[in-house]
Ligand binder design. Structure first.
Ligand code: SF4
Ligand code: SF4
Length: 292
C-alpha cells in the first residue's frame, strides 16, 4: 500500500497509547552476517539485554493497552536473553507474541509458548545443520499447536535458488497450516554498502502517529529501523509510555511535523520500508490468524 502526504487527514486519529510493535529483548547477537546493518548504527547505551523489571513496569503502567501483537526482536538475537521464558510468560496474558530469530537456538522450550516465529534463513544458510534443526522445530510446533512459523528468505542474490531448495526440502512441512516459506522483496539490510546512494523517499510513514519500538536499553523509538540513537522519544526507565507518547514531547511532535512537511531527517529520507507497522498487521492477519 502506498500512502501519500495528502492521504493523511488533518484530524487524524492519534491513539493515547501507541501500538508497541517490538520490544528488543536482546541487543546481543551470536552471528556476524555480512549483510547485517547493526554496525552502521551506534548507541550511547549498549545494554545487551532488556531488564525484566522494565517488562513488569510496562505491564503495571498499562502500556500494553494499545498493543495486540508484540515481536521481541530488533537488532540482536532474542533467544540469547537468559530470561526469555519469563518475559514470554509475563507478556502472554496481554498480547500475541512473536519473534524473529537467526535459527541457532530452535530447541528452546519457551519458543513453543509463542504465537509466531520468523526464521531468518539468510543468517544460517551456510550452516549444514540448519535444515534439520528447522525441520525438528516445525514438527515439534505442529505437535504442540504453535507457533505459526515463517521461514524467511530475503531477496538478495540467488534468493530464487534458495526458494527452490527450501520448497523441496520442506515439501512435507509445507502442507501444515502453521508453516510457510516467505520471501521479502527487499529490506533495510540490503542498503548495507550504499546507504547514501539511495533516492530520498517521499512516501508518508504512519509509524510516527501509531506505533513505537522499544530498544533493550529502554529507549522508545518510532520503528524497527531505529537501531541507533537517530530518533529517541524517551526512555521507559524514566517515564511511562503514556508520558513519552505525549503531544508535549518535542521529539514526538518534531518527527510528525517533519513527516507532514516531507522534510525528513537522514534515517527517514533513506528508509524505503515506510509504515513498517503495516507489515506487522499483515503478519498478524496472514500468519497468526491463518493458523489460529
Ligand atoms: S542479520 Fe541477524 S543474525 Fe545476522 S548478525 Fe545481524 S542480527 Fe545477527
Ligand atoms: S520513515 Fe522509516 S525510519 Fe522513519 S519513522 Fe518511518 S519506518 Fe522509521
Amino acid at each position: 500500500m502506498t500512502i501519500r502526504m495528502n492521504d493523511l487527514p488533518n484530524n487524524i486519529f492519534i491513539p493515547d497509547l501507541p501500538e508497541i510493535y517490538q520490544i528488543e529483548v536482546s541487543r546481543k547477537c551470536n552471528l556476524s552476517c555480512p549483510m547485517c546493518p547493526r554496525k552502521l548504527f551506534c548507541r550511547k547505551d549498549e545494554t545487551e539485554f532488556i531488564d525484566i523489571n522494565l517488562i513488569d513496569k510496562l505491564i503495571k503502567e498499562g502500556s500494553l493497552e494499545g498493543s495486540y501483537f508484540i515481536e521481541l526482536q530488533m537488532s540482536g538475537e532474542p533467544t540469547l536473553h537468559p530470561q526469555l521464558d519469563k518475559i514470554i510468560n509475563k507478556l502472554k496474558p496481554f498480547v500475541a507474541i512473536g519473534l524473529s530469530t537467526n535459527g541457532t537456538n530452535l530447541d528452546l522450550d519457551c519458543l513453543f509458548e509463542l504465537d509466531y516465529v520468523t526464521i531468518n534463513y539468510n543468517a544460517i544458510k551456510n550452516d549444514p545443520t540448519a535444515i534439520d534443526r528447522i525441520r525438528r522445530f516445525v514438527q515439534r510446533a505442529y505437535r504442540y499447536g504453535k507457533p505459526a512459523i515463517d521461514l524467511q528468505i530475503i531477496e538478495l542474490s540467488d534468493w530464487d535458488l534458495d526458494y527452490e531448495i527450501l520448497s523441496a526440502e520442506f515439501k512435507h512441512e509445507l502442507v501444515l497450516p502453521m508453516f510457510n516459506i516467505r520471501t521479502v522483496p527487499d529490506c533495510f539490510m540490503t542498503i548495507f554498502d550504499k546507504p547514501d546512494r539511495l533516492p530520498v523517499e517521499k512516501e508518508l510513514c504512519l509509524n510516527p502517529w501509531l506505533s513505537v519500538s522499544i530498544q533493550a536499553n529502554g529507549n522508545v523509538v518510532p520503528c524497527c529501523f531505529s537501531f541507533g540513537d537517530d530518533i529517541v522519544y524517551g526512555n521507559i526507565k524514566e517515564l511511562s509510555l503514556y508520558e513519552i507518547w505525549s503531544v508535549y514531547n518535542d521529539e514526538v511532535v518534531k518527527l510528525r511535523e517533519e513527516h507532514r512537511a516531507g522534510n525528513y531527517r537522514n534515517i527517514c529520507a533513506r528508509c524505503y520500508m515506510r509504515s513498517p507497522m503495516l507489515l506487522h498487521w499483515a503478519i498478524f492477519r496472514d500468519s497468526i490468524r491463518r493458523f489460529a
